[in-house]
Write a protein that binds this ligand. Structure first.
Ligand code: ATP
Ligand code: MG
Length: 478
């Protein structure tokens, strides 16, 4: 196969497939002499800064997970026309969706593959990441040097959940794998969302059929009558609409599936296939359109990546009187102190003021919260703070214009503390009951720049906004 084009130093060989957000190419890294897979964001999404950032955030998070059970990301870049891409390891043995094109699998194999996918998801969960889009086409297979197959989880559903949350419709193949809480703004997502999707993947591998909507799933033994009751129970428990009743973790689901697989292998001849299995069957309807989820007017702040706090965050030892946790952004220009317990996760890599309607760019900023994965979802119970600098923009005017549908506007007040002056706006009764304050601050003196945008989100309790604002330190550029 000869090259048709190059992306950076990667020579394209052929198209592996396309999904809702882009196209994946098999390419060759001539320097490392290795095949790679390159995913390029589709043109129609490339102008959406938020989706673009999420696309790259996904690559960074996959990298951060650093697990051999998760697809490795080697490189990210941008085409001359501005479309971002990322380069990942090539899964030479296809995906679970490819296996399913042949119909249901032998039960022990189906269970073992699902268990491996669950172990991959657990590796992500341990790194503080919820996948949100586990489905057969995102479970990749790679041949190991000893000839065995490795299972690799790919493609976080970050961009997809963002697109959905902003009310956009997109073609998605994820219906049937999505737990009910993912369609409900405000429910908050945790690892159990992936447990549901893993149950759906297992169900499909065993029955050859994508499960129906949550709560309406046909018991798998009706589709495969000889299915052992414990296998059916294990899958149905993962597919419980109420997450409290699901397997509490992907690891426990994996263990249970492994036990079922061992039993199934003992009682069934290897290579047994379900009646009708092996017959090619039509691909699932992939044109299902996601219901436009309630547009949670995305709280500003585009996440460029979420860093899980590895241990104790940097705390200020200097002032013993000050309580809380002091956090600093990657440039060292922004520092703020937040209440204890709010400092579990930090994203320190800056923000794009375009999310606030200001000219696009990359400015210093940070987000710190007990759970950053839910920051965009105003319905989720999150305690945290976002601080973004704007060197030239009029943050004050933008904050005055912000609306948060679904929250009650409690009005505004002036702020002045000698360092800053500005305005604070407050909202309460957001979909999950949460509260939100937003401040636009201008430095006292110093030419009025940079302005600062601060968001404080909390579930309840005493409003710590004033203390947070007083602790804010911003270093001017020299
Ligand atoms: P969606 O956009 O809804 O996630 P999808 O997963 O099918 O759907 P993509 O993630 O864009 O879409 O991937 C397209 C196809 O490319 C996949 O179905 C898979 O067959 C293939 N693919 C993706 N990543 C790799 C990889 N690292 N190695 C080999 N093939 C891959
Ligand atoms: Mg995919």
């Amino acid at each position: 196969m000869h090259s048709v084009e190059r992306i950076g130093r990667y020579r394209l060989e052929r198209r592996l497939g396309a999904g809702a957000f882009g196209t994946v190419w098999l390419a060759h890294d001539d320097d490392l002499e290795a095949p790679v897979a390159v995913k390029v964001l589709a043109e129609n999404w490339a102008h959406r800064l938020d989706v673009r950032e999420r696309f790259l955030a996904e690559a960074r998070l996959l990298r951060k997970a650093g697990s051999p059970r998760v697809v490795q990301v080697h490189d990210i870049g941008e085409l001359p026309d501005g479309r971002p891409y990322f380069v990942m390891e090539y899964a030479d043995a296809g995906t679970l969706a490819d296996l399913l094109a042949e119909g249901a699998l032998p039960v022990p194999e189906a269970l073992r593959l699902t268990a491996l996918a669950a172990r991959s998801a657990h590796a992500l969960h341990e790194a503080g990441i919820v996948h949100r889009d586990v489905k057969p086409s995102n479970v990749l297979l790679r041949t190991a040097p000893d000839g065995t197959r490795r299972v690799l989880l790919a493609d976080l559903g970050l961009a997809k959940s963002l697109a959905q949350a902003s009310g956009l419709t997109l073609a998605a193949g994820s219906e049937g794998y999505r737990p009910p809480e993912q369609a409900e703004p405000g429910a908050g997502i945790d690892a159990r969302a992936d447990v549901y999707s893993l149950g759906a993947v297992g169900y499909e591998l065993v029955t050859g059929t994508v499960p129906a909507a949550p709560g309406k799933v046909v018991p798998p033994e009706r589709l495969r009558p000889d299915l052992a009751p414990d296998v059916a129970r294990t899958l149905m428990r993962a597919l419980e609409p109420d997450r409290e009743r699901r397997w509490p973790s992907a690891e426990e689901l994996a263990r249970e599936l492994e036990d079922c697989a061992a039993t199934a292998a003992a009682v069934r001849p290897r290579g047994w296939r379900a009646p009708g299995a092996g017959r090619p069957r039509g691909r699932r309807g992939r044109a299902a359109v996601l219901a436009a989820a309630v547009a949670v007017a995305a709280a500003a702040g585009v996440w460029l990546g979420v860093a899980l706090w590895p241990g104790a965050p940097e705390t200020s030892g200097a002032s013993g009187a000050a309580s809380g946790v002091r956090v600093v952004d990657a440039t060292g220009r922004v520092a703020v102190r937040v209440p204890d317990g709010w400092g579990r996760q930090l994203r320190d890599s800056g923000w794009d003021p375009a999310t606030l309607g200001l000219p696009a760019g990359h400015e210093p900023g940070l987000a710190v919260a007990d759970d950053l994965t839910h920051w965009q979802d105003l319905g989720a119970g999150v305690d945290g703070v976002f601080v973004g600098l704007s060197e030239h923009g009029d943050v004050t005017a933008r904050v005055a214009a912000v609306a948060h549908p679904g929250c009650h506007d409690d009005g505004g007040r002036a702020w002045a503390d000698g360092r800053w002056h500005g305005r604070i706006r407050s909202w309460s009764g957001c979909p999950g009951g949460g509260l939100l304050t937003e401040a636009a601050l201008t430095p006292a003196g110093a030419g009025g720049q940079p302005q600062v945008y601060v968001q404080v989100r909390r579930e309840g309790g005493v409003d710590p906004t004033d203390g947070i604002l007083r602790s804010l330190r911003v270093t001017q550029t020299r």
